[in-house]
Design a protein around this ligand. Structure first.
Ligand code: NAD
Length: 359
């Protein structure tokens, strides 16, 4: 029976990447019934809503989706669809493997880390008070009553981190480690400064670690972790982080393995799972058939594993790895220089992966 999957092409370079990925997923032989729905700036311009109800309803029904990136206008327009989606579907665990494939130019010889980012709390909770607003003034007054001074011309973002949220994300990191033969979980934080939010995250992580004695546990202060990741990434395995640090370290991880074009992701929740690349919509390359679809394709590999199709997942991942290793039919970002005339386009790269899978 075919798997029904919600397919969201997104905007910017999203539709090209999503099409290339769908083509490869179809070529695995696993049967899909794609339920395609829009999200992003294009549908916002047409319908005044960047995230139509029909898109959300589809994911709620199919419980699994794959999504191209969507643009979030800075400072105005609408709130991030990704943040909205994670909230609506309680997609609390963002799993981002960062694996260095042979043939990719990198300063490192070995990187195979998995970033597990909390997706619903922290400074991404959307609890914000605009500078000059009545609400910000009310909050400032309340804080003054508690002995905390905030400047009159301040905007305020609140950082909630709960025991519930920390427990389930650290539990997800340990479960991932156990299910995937990983040996160690590192919790990252700034508990020395933010004692009641990051401190709580760390305390909770230590308690969760006690429930998993077979997996090694350690913690790192976030700045130290960044330093160590760019000098000795081979020492890290699974890394669990609150939302904001997880976001930043995800891009750092992508840098370690050859760039954003290679970094996949999965957002797993209680209601559904949504698979998408770490990178954004790279709008300047829109419609050029140029950017690298590997990140979204590897997100598709994660989706195949989630659906219980490990054999197809292995075949697809091996085919991608083989195309990268051969290095001739790859996109510009994987060539020795960005202007390399032998670089292929997004769709030709997908064809090369399919050819490799059928070889
Ligand atoms: P971006 O990830 O879109 O692009 C930054 C740069 O990285 C690009 O200019 C390009 O050089 C490179 N890059 C990204 N993806 C690549 C690929 N597949 N292949 C080759 N090179 C690639 O980041 P940005 O420019 O900061 O963000 C653009 C928009 O995307 C913003 O509106 C942002 O909010 C949004 N965004 C969306 C998501 C998502 O939908 N999940 C995630 C991050 C950012």
């Amino acid at each position: 029976m075919a798997y029904e999957v919600t397919h969201i092409p997104g905007d910017g370079t999203g539709p090209e990447l999503a099409e290339a990925t769908r083509k490869v997923l179809d070529a695995t032989g696993v049967e899909f019934q794609w339920d395609e729905h829009p999200a992003g700036v294009d549908v916002y311009e047409e319908e005044g809503n960047p995230f139509p109800d029909r898109t959300l309803e589809s994911i709620k029904r199919t419980k699994v989706g794959i999504k191209g990136p969507t643009t979030t206008p800075v400072g105005s327009g609408f709130r991030s669809i990704n943040v909205q989606l994670r909230k609506e579907l309680d997609l609390y665990a963002c799993i981002r493997p960062c694996k260095l494939y042979e043939g990719v130019r990198s300063h490192f010889s070995e990187v195979d880390i998995v970033i597990v980012r909390e997706n619903t709390e922290d400074l991404y909770a959307g609890i914000e008070f605009e500078e000059g607003s009545e609400d910000a003034a009310t909050l400032r007054e309340a804080l003054a009553g508690l002995g905390a001074t905030v400047r009159e011309d301040a905007g305020i973002s609140i950082k909630p981190i709960s025991i519930f949220g920390s427990d389930r994300i650290v539990e997800a990191a340990f479960k991932y480690a156990e299910d995937n033969g990983r040996k160690k979980v590192t919790a990252a934080h700034k508990a020395n400064i933010m004692k009641f939010s990051d401190g709580l995250f760390l305390d909770t992580a230590r308690k969760v670690a006690e429930r998993h004695p077979d997996i090694e546990f350690e913690d790192r202060i976030i700045d130290n972790l960044c330093n160590q990741l760019v000098s000795r990434p081979e020492e890290y395995d699974v890394i669990v982080l609150p939302n904001l640090y997880g976001d930043i370290v995800s891009d750092l991880g992508a840098g370690l393995i050859g760039g954003l074009g290679l970094a996949p992701g999965a957002n797993i929740g209680t209601e559904a799972a949504m698979f998408e690349a770490t990178h954004g919509s790279a709008p300047k390359y829109k419609g050029l058939n140029k950017v690298n679809p590997t990140a979204l394709m590897l997100s598709g590999v994660l989706m195949l594993r989630h659906l219980g199709e490990p054999e197809a997942a292995d075949r697809m991942e091996n085919a991608i790895a083989s195309v990268i290793k051969k290095g001739d039919k790859v996109t510009y970002d994987l060539k020795p220089t960005r202007e390399d005339p032998t670089a292929v386009g997004t769709s030709e790269y997908a064809d090369a992966v399919i050819e490799e899978m059928n070889a």
